[in-house]
Every structure is written in structure tokens, then in C-alpha cells.
Design a protein around this ligand. Structure first.
Ligand code: MN
Ligand code: MN
Length: 457
């Protein structure tokens, strides 16, 4: 019996076979990530993978039975994967795993396009918590959809192929940056200066009149030829800039991955794989949530009633009382947390933080200023989680997001818990969270996969 607790490092404990499993799993994740930069991209990827696994479209009016595998894509941005088990849902509830697939980025404004001194730009309004200075002078890709008059949807993705052009937000050169450098970091880059360069070739005038916006005219012509939309149609679009490029291994030993949007695709992928890979006796639901980075509101965020409607549909299929089903359900809110960073040690409390490569990160509570606005998982549910993770041989650790009163954060856990469902945060520790390229350990995403599998068992 170990009287004292010591945190385990996954790589230290792993044998050759386990190392191979860790590295294999990471290959699948990188592929998923590269095709899932936005919530819309992730929904398309999830649908494709679910269909390959024999999942069929879900309907609110259908009667489900044990063995059924369903996917529900809510408004292109929010995914529910449902796998109906043999166990009685009234007595045992359903088991839910929720991760979000939206990540901080730069959304286009509704009237984004303008020309200034021979260059054409798109204006942005940032989405989620970003450090603005990190988004200048890096290659950006444009992702999203434009809805044409009549309802036709035009999907756009420019900047991800090797041959694609990218887009670029300028920053001031250090030679002239003395005043900027003297400002506090948060004030150094103004939100209204996050405008991306999208072109510089003026259109040739057709009527001999001088066009003061000849570059903009040329770009609009080009866009109209390629996608069929005009400037006003941008008011009916959701387009955003995300960092261009693919997920990359980091380190001579390739133990880490840097990529855009680990938060929170690094949790979405393992929960999806767990529901695919294990035929559970429980009825399992894996959710890809949208809008987490901006408060989980709206039809596709976790504050929406849609998750209740999905649970109610399952309950109705078995003539079970939906209140009883919810009360007996359990949920893993799978979201990332801050990994201890020795370069910024003062914002952490070392005994109560999570460490890179030390396994799935369990947060009993999140919140800020005296645990405000948090789901605080009950001790009894923490005990349940400990038992299943240990039995499932998932390496895990417990920590808080930063030291007391330094800051804080939240997840969707409270919205699920508010429905009367026992919920706890379990995720992956991330370095440089919310940066254009975040850093995670392959050991930790694999540990979360084992934890999700244990939750399915
Ligand atoms: Mn997150
Ligand atoms: Mn986040």
C-alpha cells in the first residue's frame, strides 16, 4: 500500500508496447486535427468517420434500440454521437462525454473588405480569448461558409494546401516599434488593427474611369468567379482566419505535438475514438460542442436545450422517465487545462497543478475568485472516477488551473451538471494554451483515451 501519493510520468512507466500505442494514437489525432480546424470542419470530419463506423443519421422522432449507432449534426457545428447499450437507461442513465471543437481565432466582420494604399484587407473581430500580438506576422488560412441568395452554401478553405496562398496581418518593425514596445502587452496590438492582407493587384478599368478601389474590385471579381458571391453576401457568412499549416511533432524524440486548436480537439478525438472502439453496455453519447470559447450560448452551445432533447429521445425510446434518466446519468466534460510551465512558475501552485506527460488531467472544479461559477464535482463522483480510471489503467492526475486568485477559467461542465447530471472535468494539460500553436504531450492524449474507454466500460 502506498501511503504517500506521487504523480506518475507516463513515459517513465510505459513499456515498449505502450510507447508504440501512444505514438500510433497520435498519428490518428494529427490527421483528425488537420481536417478539423473549425467546429464546422470538425463536424464534417466526425460525420465521415462516424459513417465509416456504421453510424446512421439520428432523428428526434425515432425509437432507438440497443445496438443502434447514430450521429446528429446540429446546424453544421455541434455533433452528437450516440451508441445505445443494453443497460436499462432509467436505472443507469446515459454516459456522456463532451468536448468542444471551436477554438480561438479571428472571425470576419460582417462588412470586412476595404482597400488602403494599394492593398486589399479583411477586417476581423477576434473570437475567444487571444493574445492579439501572437496573431500578427504569421501565415493565416481562411475557413468557413458563405450562404448565397436562395440558400446555397459555399464552403471556403484557402491556405491549407501547399500550393494555396495564405493571408497575413502586419506588425510594426522593431526599428519603429519603441512606442509599441513600451505599452503593456495587452495594449500593444489594437483589436481594430487585426486586418488581414488579401491582395494587391488592381483591376484594369473597363470604362476609363478611375476606380479608387481597383484592388478590391479585382478581388471581388475573382471571388465571384470562383465562389459565386458578391460583397453583400459576406453579411450572410461565417468565415474566420486560423493559423495555416498542419500539426507537427515537437522534439528530437517526437514526444509532443504543436498545432492550432488542441483546445479542445485534443479531447474531442479521444472521446470519439472511445465511442467508436468500445461496444459499451451503457448508452454512450459523445458531444462535440460549439461556442465554448465565447460562453456556450446559442443553438450549438452547451447551454442550449438540444442535449436534453437528445436524452429525452433516448428516454422516450425505452418509455423511461427522462428526469430519472438524467438524474442517473454521468458526464465527463473533456476539456484542456493549463500544464505547469517552468518558465512561468509563479502563476501555478506546484502541488496542485497538472504536468505535461503525467496523464489525463482531472479538475474537480474550475472557476475563479473563490471557486466562483464552477461545477465542483462531488467527492462521491470523484471516487467513482478514481476507481474506473485506476481499473482501466489510465494514468491520471488532479490539479487546478493556476494558483489561487491569479486568474481562472471555465468549461461546459457546469451546464451539464446544471441538468442534474454528475459531471467532472477530465482533459489534457496544454502548454501555451490559446496561442496560435499550442503544445501537448502524446502521452496525455493517449491517457485521456484510456480514461474515456474506462468511462465506457
Ligand atoms: Mn477548452
Ligand atoms: Mn479554451
Amino acid at each position: 500500500m502506498d501511503l504517500k501519493y506521487t504523480r506518475k510520468n507516463v513515459y517513465k512507466e510505459a513499456d515498449g508496447k505502450q510507447l508504440e500505442a501512444i505514438f500510433d494514437f497520435a498519428e490518428g489525432y494529427k490527421k483528425f486535427l488537420d481536417s478539423s480546424k473549425t467546429e464546422r470542419d470538425a463536424a464534417i470530419t466526425a460525420k465521415k468517420l462516424a459513417e465509416e463506423q456504421g453510424f446512421k443519421p439520428f432523428s428526434f422522432s425515432e425509437k432507438l434500440k440497443a445496438g443502434d449507432k447514430r450521429y446528429f449534426i446540429n446546424r453544421h457545428k455541434n455533433v452528437f454521437l450516440i451508441r445505445v447499450g443494453k443497460e436499462d437507461v432509467a436505472q443507469h442513465g446515459v454516459r456522456i462525454m463532451v468536448a468542444h471543437v471551436d477554438s480561438p481565432r479571428l472571425d470576419l466582420k460582417p462588412n470586412p473588405m476595404y482597400e488602403d494604399n494599394g492593398l486589399c484587407y479583411l477586417k476581423t473581430h477576434y473570437y475567444g480569448g487571444i493574445k492579439k500580438y501572437q496573431w500578427t506576422a504569421i501565415p493565416l488560412a481562411l475557413h468557413g461558409v458563405v450562404v448565397l441568395r436562395g440558400g446555397e452554401r459555399v464552403e471556403i478553405c484557402v491556405g491549407e494546401d501547399e500550393d494555396d496562398p495564405v493571408f497575413y496581418i502586419t506588425d510594426i518593425l522593431p526599428h519603429l516599434g519603441a512606442e509599441q514596445s513600451a505599452k503593456p502587452l495587452a495594449k500593444a496590438i489594437d483589436g481594430e488593427s487585426l486586418n488581414a492582407v488579401i491582395g494587391g493587384l488592381p483591376a484594369v478599368s473597363e470604362d476609363g474611369e478611375e476606380d479608387k478601389e481597383a484592388v478590391k474590385t479585382a478581388i471581388l471579381k475573382l471571388l465571384n468567379q470562383k465562389y459565386g458571391f458578391t460583397e453583400v453576401d459576406l453579411q450572410c457568412s461565417e468565415l474566420c482566419f486560423v493559423p495555416a499549416g498542419k500539426a507537427r511533432d515537437v522534439g528530437f524524440d517526437r514526444t509532443l505535438i504543436s498545432a492550432y486548436g488542441h483546445d479542445d480537439k485534443v479531447c474531442a478525438y479521444p472521446e470519439m475514438r472511445a465511442i467508436f472502439d468500445y461496444d459499451s453496455p451503457h448508452t454512450m453519447i459523445a458531444v462535440f460542442a460549439d461556442k465554448e470559447e465565447v460562453g456556450s450560448d446559442g443553438t450549438t452551445g452547451m447551454q442550449s436545450k438540444v442535449i436534453c432533447d437528445v436524452i429525452d429521445t433516448i428516454a422516450a425510446s425505452f418509455k423511461a422517465n427522462p428526469i430519472e434518466v438524467r438524474y442517473n446519468s454521468k458526464c465527463i466534460s473533456a476539456d484542456v487545462t493549463a500544464a505547469y510551465d517552468p518558465a512561468y512558475a509563479s502563476v501555478f501552485e506546484k502541488r496542485n497543478t497538472t504536468f505535461i506527460s503525467c496523464g489525463a488531467a482531472v479538475s474537480k472544479y474550475t472557476g475563479a475568485r473563490g471557486k466562483s461559477s464552477t461545477n465542483d464535482a462531488p467527492a462521491e463522483f470523484m471516487g467513482f472516477i478514481r476507481d474506473i480510471f485506476d481499473d482501466g489503467k489510465a494514468v491520471w492526475q488532479v490539479g487546478e488551473l493556476g494558483a489561487v486568485d491569479v486568474g481562472g477559467g471555465g468549461t461546459v461542465a457546469k451546464y451539464i451538471a446544471n441538468l442534474g447530471i454528475d459531471t467532472v472535468d477530465v482533459g489534457v494539460p496544454v502548454l501555451s494554451m490559446h496561442a496560435p500553436y499550442e503544445l501537448i504531450s502524446k502521452a496525455d492524449i493517449y491517457s485521456l483515451y484510456l480514461a474515456c474507454l474506462a468511462f465506457c466500460k
